[in-house]
Design a binder for this molecule. Sequence first.
Ligand code: ACO
Length: 352
Amino acid sequence: MTTRTQILGTGFVTGEKLVKNADLAKLMDTSDEWIRERSGIEQRYYVKAGTGTTDLALQAAEKAIADAKIDKHEIDYIVFATMTPDHYFPGCGGILQSRLGLGNVPALDIRQQCTGFIYGLQVSDALLRSGGAKTILLIGAEVHTGFMPWTQWDHLFGEGGEAPSDAERAWNSKFRDRTVLFGDAAGAAILRAHDGERGLLGFELHSDGSTFKDLYVPAVGFAQRPYVTPKDYAEGRHIPEMNGRSVFKQAVTRMPEVVKSLTARLGHKIEDLDLLIAHQANLRINEAVQKHLGLPDTKVFNNIQRYGNTTAATIPIALDECRKSGRVKEGDLVCFVGLGAGFHWGAALLRA
Ligand code: ACO
């Protein structure tokens, strides 16, 4: 008898504030045209001040629990993927456990950035199939707005407030290659093992730390003393640094490579795939991956246009939209693939 992990329910939420590309041009030298052309992004959602990653995760978890039609007390393990936790420590997993009222169930925090949800699926699958847990709540959630360099939030949201001065606009523009890409959101899934052929079929995961400086936060870390300084803040070293071209190149080579390798290892051809759900970092990356794999538009799902890059949340959000719109049907062969800071990348195959 085969034991496989099934996805019983999914749910997601975004930040409360819709921000269109043209809104960002109020703060920095950018344009709707540039952002759309280079990334495919049209809009994203930001949280209002005071909303953290665990707040979004809680709402997404409640939706996934309702969708799975389980009692929340059936959850006996939480796996939480984020690169933007509420606090430096502890991670969000335990805070979410307490806010959900789940007693003392274990809560594991993982930090594989954009590949966090796929790593989380593998860890959850291993726990479920080895008897370490019966029902897992897996979360991918991010509030990226804490990284943003500007202070003119009211002006951005059209709620009054001063426009940036020329100096502030120049400062905001310094980070424009990164800031325009990200949005705030959370996605959740409820996972459980069963005896049968449907469910997660396998994984292939990789890491390469040698290029970590192509996307990282230079300050706010214990390689320096103290771990954050006023100078770091003044210089913007608490904001991610990114070599966009290098990230792009890694993504368009490693994502198709790992999809090909995993499907072949599990005895499938690329043509057997019914749907590819890739991490949503840039629509141009996903178009290149699709072309490389030779998949038609009907077999690839993208929603970055509406949400931007929500890091660990992109895959569960896309999965939820596909499940609820009928884009994923029972028996479909679905491949998840992602690459992100670290660098970490990988794929998972699901018989839905
Ligand atoms: N608006 C207007 N102009 C801009 C902006 C902006 N937001 N950002 C950069 N530019 C300008 C640059 O200053 C540059 O101007 P110049 O030619 O006068 O010097 C020009 O546009 C081209 O800049 P490039 O950085 O060369 O643009 P590129 O075509 O490489 O696109 C981008 C940049 C969109 C960031 C792309 O490289 C990319 O998407 N890379 C992948 C990034 C990514 O996926 N990151 C997330 C990874 S996931 C994770 O783990 C969090």
